[in-house]
Design a protein around this ligand. Structure first.
Ligand code: PGA
Length: 234
C-alpha cells in the first residue's frame, strides 16, 4: 500500500550532503521503484539544488516552515509564494520545534495553513503532546486542541509526540494506533503520519499499524541509505 514518507533534515546538512543524498536516492530508486510518495524537506537554502536533482526522480521537496505573511517587510522570513516559486510542493506547519522556538499561536498556525492552501502548497500539520501532558493523561485533549481550528479540507497531519522527537523513545504500537485513529476520527479526510524517533529498525512495524499512512523522519533521514531502508520497510 502506498505511504507518504517525509524526511525532515531540520537545520542540518551541507551542499555536499545534498549532492550525495540526491545521488544515493536516485540510484536506489532506479534499482527499485517503490509505490510510496517521498518528500524531502532540506534547509531552505538547499531547496533549488534538491528540486533540480530530485523532482525529475519523482521525489517532492518540502519546506520546514513558512511565514504568516504573504510578502513585504519581514526580514529573514520566507513566504509560501517564494517556496512555491522555488519548487516546493509541501510545507511543514506547526512542528513542535517551531511551536516552541517561535512561540507559535493558533492564530499563527491558522494563518500559515490558509496561506499554504491559497498558494497551492500542501501543508503537513504537526501535532502532539509533551511528556508532561502525556503523564497527565491529556494526550487526546491536546490532539483535539491542536486540531480545533482545522476544517475538513483534505490535509496531512503528522502525529509527533514531542517527547519522542530526537529521543530514541517511541510510544507503544497500541498508543500510536490509538492516537492516529483518533485523528482520523476527528478529521475525516486526513492522511495521518507518525513522527518521532522513526528509524530503519522500527519503521516497518510503525508503517504497518492501522491508520498510519506514512512517517515523518528527522535524524534517521539524514543518511540516505538509512532513509531508503525506512522507505522500503513496507
Ligand atoms: P526525529 O525527528 O525523527 O529525529 O525524532 C522527527 C521530527 O522532528 O520530525
Amino acid at each position: 500500500m502506498s505511504k507518504l514518507i517525509v524526511a525532515n533534515w531540520k537545520m542540518n546538512g551541507s551542499l555536499t550532503l545534498a549532492h550525495d543524498y540526491a545521488w544515493a536516492l536516485t540510484q536506489h530508486l532506479e534499482e527499485k521503484p517503490i509505490p510510496h510518495t517521498l518528500v524531502v524537506c532540506p534547509p531552505v537554502a538547499y531547496t533549488s539544488f534538491m528540486v533540480g536533482r530530485l523532482v525529475g526522480a519523482s521525489i517532492a521537496i518540502g519546506a520546514q516552515d513558512c511565514s504568516t505573511h504573504k510578502k513585504g517587510a519581514y526580514t529573514g522570513e520566507i513566504s509560501c509564494e517564494i517556496l512555491k516559486d522555488i519548487g516546493c510542493t509541501y510545507v511543514l506547519i506547526g512542528h513542535s520545534e517551531c511551536r516552541q522556538n517561535h512561540q507559535e499561536t493558533e492564530e499563527t498556525l491558522a494563518a500559515k495553513m490558509t496561506l499554504a492552501y491559497e498558494t497551492g502548497l500542501i501543508p503537513i500539520y504537526c501535532i502532539g503532546e509533551t511528556q508532561t501532558e502525556r503523564d497527565a493523561g491529556k494526550t487526546k485533549d491536546i490532539l483535539a486542541q491542536h486540531l480545533s481550528f482545522i476544517d475538513q479540507k483534505p490535509l496531512i497531519i503528522a502525529y509527533e509526540p514531542v517527547w519522542a522527537i530526537g529521543t530514541g523513545r517511541i510510544p507503544q504500537d497500541s498508543e500510536i494506533q490509538e492516537a492516529v485513529l483518533f485523528i482520523h476520527d476527528r478529521v475525516s479526510r486526513a492522511t495521518v503520519l507518525y513522527g518521532g524517533s522513526v528509524t530503519a529498525k522500527n519503521a516497518g512495524a510503525i508503517l504497518s499499524l492501522p491508520g498510519v499512512d506514512g512517517v515523518l523522519v528527522g535524524g534517521a533521514s539524514l543518511n540516505p541509505h538509512e532513509f531508503w531502508h525506512i522507505v522500503t520497510a513496507v
